[in-house]
Design a protein around this ligand. Structure first.
Ligand code: LLP
Length: 420
């Protein structure tokens, strides 16, 4: 048995499931995303254990990493899915997730997407406005098919995370204000072809102070209890995702603390609970391997220029996110302070600024850790860069996840106009 994730062998070289990372990079090239199914399974099982006491259902938040094989892997372990587009729905179907285990979230489902989801009998829509309800009702009536509706509450809670991934405050576009929830839920019961299934909340991502979850969940429960006392059916509560993971330390998310909070509120509850974890299931299981192109020095600074760029991993520049970076083999022990940057032509193309790092040589391999979630999935072809190869490690073997378009493939898809 090998340690989970990416570990050093006795020669100090990084390995995954007994395979050397430098062997993988030789085979597939760089930049290269590698995912360890061992760690994915472990995280899934820990989460399952965390929600066992309250009999929670897990719906993997596909937006974190929408590779069909990754969805399929969690699906095989028993997960349903949380999606935000019909594109993600199609990926889930390709991954073998049955529509009756799929929750459709998102503030801007268009009419076409709503129609497809209803025709496929998805588990439920988590809706975010009365306007959306009216659209769904109209489409469901036309199709003479009932849509299951859950109202997502905006509890006006600021969970102290990055502004761009905080979703539970009044001024964000998400959810329905607390004060309207009761009346809209009542309205659901008067509509033909609408089946009210409950309430939901998701206040953001990368949350470490779990008191915010407690606050959001007890608010949800209070409103649900009130509705039930008034005679309405509220079978399910959707508690969303958002558990913070550690990018700077080798430490598991605090599932124990999360378990305490949900047990405190929901032990022996009648509500059927669903959870939508994304990052906490997949982030740590992925890494990005990259090669040093060259070192550059100017009067002020050292730069380590690598062959990965912000088109492969935009998190550092978009969210000021920290990702730990190491050499794949232990090299020089001399320390420098450097910016670790990509080749893209803008200053925002960086992975680390003023980072203490060992001196490296051209062609040395580096590992950028914790890039399983919100990394390859946010890629682009900016600067006409082709996608990074992605491989999954399963039972000690590597599997390439996708055929990568070469630059000729990309050009051949452009429709060339004859200008005269
Ligand atoms: N449910 C809903 C309705 C969501 O919007 C999200 C994430 C999740 C569940 C999953 O949350 P998680 O367990 O992964 O925290 N690109 C950003 C993160 C965006 C999160 C969007 N919504 C990043 O790289 O940090």
């Amino acid at each position: 048995m090998f340690p989970l994730g990416f570990y050093r062998d006795k020669n100090g070289v990084l390995n995954v499931q007994g395979i050397r990372i430098d062997t993988l990079s030789k085979k597939y090239g760089t930049p290269l995303f590698i995912y360890d199914t061992g760690l994915m399974k472990e995280r899934y099982e820990v989460f399952l254990n965390t929600v066992k006491n309250v009999k929670g259902n897990i719906h993997y938040a596909v937006k974190a990493n929408d590779s069909v094989n990754i969805i399929k892997f969690f699906g095989n372990l028993g997960a349903g899915a949380d999606i935000v587009s019909i594109g993600e729905f199609n990926k889930c179907v390709a991954a073998g997730i049955p529509p009756d285990k799929i929750i459709f979230s998102g503030v801007g489902k268009d009419r076409n997407e709503i129609e497809i989801a209803i025709k496929n009998n998805i588990l439920q829509f988590n809706i975010e406005s009365e306007e959306e309800l009216n659209d769904i009702h109209e489409i469901a009536s036309k199709l003479k098919t009932t849509a299951n509706i859950c109202l997502r509450i905006n509890p006006d809670i600021s969970p102290n995370t990055h502004k761009k991934i905080s979703t539970g405050e009044k001024e964000t576009k998400f959810g329905i204000d607390n004060e309207y929830v009761f009346s809209i839920y009542q309205k659901l019961h008067k509509l033909n072809y609408i089946n009210p299934v409950g309430l939901g909340v998701h206040i953001g991502s990368q949350i470490f102070n779990f008191n915010f979850f407690h606050k959001a969940y007890s608010n949800l429960k209070t409103i649900a209890d009130k509705l039930k006392n008034a005679g309405f059916k509220v079978p399910t509560l959707d508690l969303g995702g958002g558990i913070g993971i550690y990018y700077d330390e080798n430490k598991r998310p605090d599932f124990d603390a999360y378990e305490k909070i949900i047990s405190d509120l929901f032990l022996d509850t009648e509500y059927k609970l669903s959870f939508e974890p994304g990052r906490s299931l997949i982030a740590e299981a992925g890494v990005l391997i990259t090669k040093v192109i060259r070192n550059k020095k100017n009067k002020e600074k050292n730069f380590i220029i690598i062959d990965a760029a912000m088109n492969n991993l935009i998190r550092p520049t978009l969210y000021d996110a920290y990702h730990s970076i190491e050499t794949v083999k232990k090299t020089s022990s001399k320390e420098i302070v450097a910016d670790i940057v990509g080749p893209i032509c803008e200053t925002g193309d960086f992975f680390a600024l003023n980072r203490k790092f060992t001196e490296v040589n051209n062609n040395d391999l580096l590992i950028i850790r914790t890039t399983g979630a919100y990394s390859s999935v946010m890629k682009s072809n900016y600067n006409s860069r082709v996608d990074a190869v992605e491989v999954l490690i399963y039972n000690g073997k590597s599997y390439q996840l996708k055929v990568i378009d070469t630059i000729s493939d990309i050009i051949s898809k452009e429709k060339i106009i004859k200008f005269i």
